[in-house]
Design a protein around this ligand. Structure first.
Ligand SMILES: O=C(O)c1cc(=O)[nH]c(=O)n1[C@@H]1O[C@H](COP(=O)(O)O)[C@@H](O)[C@H]1O
Length: 276
């Protein structure tokens, strides 16, 4: 999927919501534990309940890998289920990979060859040769960590060099020379509010993956105010706020209601900017 297609999906669905599939086996309704694959059974209901309200899904690998082979199998089944039933969805493997080139090549193979996933999150700390192996797949995306949503983002990301350039700015300025904005996005946490203005100075046209609304308390209004561009340019993720909106057997209905609430806010924000 390219950038224009992603924007078309956003306009058609009046939504730039990404549903985070961060499934903790300890938090899913107990009746599902009798299923052969409880995590996949949970995901199927979440996806079927939300697919018309969102444009992307983001399974975070940690939640699957924590269960070993069973978790990886649930991850693969989930990706295949989305691809087969909702081919317009943009799938993000949130894996935060990145290693020497030879190793990154293997990570890229597992997400883009073994599985036909659209994008993978990558930590840029190891530099160009750790990111480039993900960029040789036409139509596939790398989502580089820019300015993260967590408290620890203060530890390194704001450190400025002699010229005043902060580390997150340097990361975003340099890494965008490795690929076009049809292949690269940046992660910017919703909790960073006004700083989206600074991000947009460096990356005016890139799509941003924005986690941190919902459970982490980031403001969708601020993200749109300071971060939206002429192609929307935002994929706003919520995981726990949607998937655990209700912990009973009604979790699918509750996840849909929560997604609908966010989608309606997004529709209003897109209208305000005359994008729909
Ligand atoms: O790369 C990410 O997606 C990410 C970056 C970041 O800065 N902050 C952040 O929360 N995330 C991920 O986004 C999701 C947020 O989940 P909730 O806080 O439950 O909505 C988790 O999968 C996080 O690992």
């Amino acid at each position: 999927m390219n950038k224009q297609q992603l924007f078309e999906n956003i306009k058609r669905k009046k939504s730039f919501l990404c549903v985070g599939l961060d499934i903790d086996i300890k938090k899913i309704p107990t009746h599902l534990l009798n299923e052969e694959d409880p995590i996949f059974a949970f995901n199927k209901i979440i996806v079927d309940s939300t697919a018309d309200l969102c444009v992307a899904y983001k399974p975070n690998l940690a939640f699957y890998e924590s269960l070993g082979i069973q978790g990886w199998s649930a991850f693969e089944k989930t990706v295949r289920y989305i691809k087969e039933n909702y081919p317009d969805q943009f799938i993000i493997a949130d894996a935060k990979r990145g290693d020497i080139g030879n190793t990154s090549e293997m990570y890229a193979r597992s997400f883009f060859e073994h599985l036909d996933i659209d994008s993978v999150t990558v930590a840029p700390y190891m530099g160009e040769d750790s990111v480039k192996p993900f960029l040789v797949y036409p139509g596939k995306w790398v989502i580089v960590l820019g300015l993260t949503s967590n408290k620890g983002s203060q530890d390194f990301q704001f450190t400025a060099d002699a010229s005043g350039e902060r580390l997150f700015e340097k990361v975003m300025r340099i890494s965008q020379t490795w690929a076009t904005d049809d292949q690269m996005m940046f992660v910017v946490g919703a909790t960073q509010g006004k700083l989206f203005t600074d991000v947009r100075k460096i990356a005016p046209d890139h799509f941003l993956l924005v986690p941190g609304v919902g459970a982490q308390g980031g403001s969708l209004q601020d993200v749109a105010k300071y971060g939206m561009n002429k192609q929307c340019g935002l994929l706003v993720n919520s995981s726990r706020g949607i998937i655990y909106a209700d912990k009973s057997e009604n979790f699918g209905i509750a996840a849909r209601a929560e997604s609908k609430k966010i989608q309606e806010q997004m529709e209003a924000l897109l209208q305000e900017r005359s994008l729909i």
